[in-house]
Design a protein around this ligand. Sequence first.
Ligand code: NAD
Length: 278
Amino acid sequence: MKYFTHKIAIVTGGGSGIGRALCEQLAQAGATVIVAEINGQAAQETTDLICRAGGAARAVRLDVSDARAVKMLVDHTVAEFGRLDFMFNNAGITKLGEVRDQSLENWRLVIDVNLMGVIYGTDAAYKQMVKQGHGHIVNTASLAGLVPQPTSVPYTASKHAVVGLSNALRAEGADLGVRVSVVCPAFIRANMIHEGSVVGVKVADLHARRNLTLMPTADQAARAILNGVARNQEFIIYPFYARLLWWLTRLVSATPLFMRKKIVRDFRKLREKAGGAG
Ligand code: NAD
C-alpha cells in the first residue's frame, strides 16, 4: 500500500460503512485523511478511531450536494497541505422502491447526492489535480451502475451516470497526469438500507430476505477498492460474482429480462405484505 503513504486524501461519506473503512485503511497506509461527511458526529468518530490508532485524520462536516462547500473543502485542503492526491467521491444514498411509489423529491435527492455530489467533487478535485499535474479521483458507483437494478431505478440512473462520467474523464485526464477510477460494488454489509431509504415495503422484511453473512464486509470491500486504486484500475468491480454479472450483461447486452423480472416479483411480495405504496 505504498501508493498511499504520505498522501493527502479526501473521502466523502467517511462516517460510515465503506467510507469509514476506506478512511481507516488509507490512514493505516500512511495517508492523511480528510473525513468529509454530512453527519458531523460520525465524521468525528471515524477521525477519533484513526487518531487513536496513530493515524492522521481530520473531520469535516460536508454536504456533497452543496457545490460551493465541496469546492471550499478542496481549496482549504490545498491551502493547508499544498496539494490533493486522492479524491474519493464515496458518499451515496438510496431510495429503494418501485417507481410508481417514488416521489420526484426522492429522485431529486438521489440525483443530488449520488450524481451531483460526485460531479462537484470531481470538478473541484480534477481542476486542482490538472494544475498540480497529478492526482487520482475515485468515484463510487455501484454494480447498479453497470447492471440495471429494478426496484432501484433512481439509484440505477445516478450510478450509470457516475460510471459514464468517470470512464470519459479517465481519457481526458490521462495525458494531464490525473487518474480516474470507478468503483462498482455489489451488496456490501453497510448502513445504506435503513428507515427512510425504502418506499413501499418494510425495511425489516428487506433485511430478513438478505443473507448478511454472505455479504462482504465494508473492510473487505475497502481493501479490494484500495488494491484496485493502487493498480490504477479503470473499473473496480467487487466481489467476483459482480464481475460475472457484468460480463453476462455485456455478453447479452442487458441482464436477461427474466432475472430483472424476478427481482421485481420478489420485491412486490414484500410490497403486498406491507399493504401497498409507502
Ligand atoms: P453508508 O450509508 O454506510 O455510508 C454512506 C455515508 O455517506 C454515510 O455516512 C452518510 O451519512 C454519508 N452521506 C450521505 N449523504 C451525504 C451527503 N449529502 N454529503 C456527505 N455525506 C453524505 O453506505 P455505504 O454502503 O458505505 O455506501 C458508500 C457508497 O458505496 C455509496 O456511494 C453507495 O451507493 C455505494 N455502494 C454501496 C453498496 C452496499 O451494498 N453497501 C453497494 C454498491 C455501492
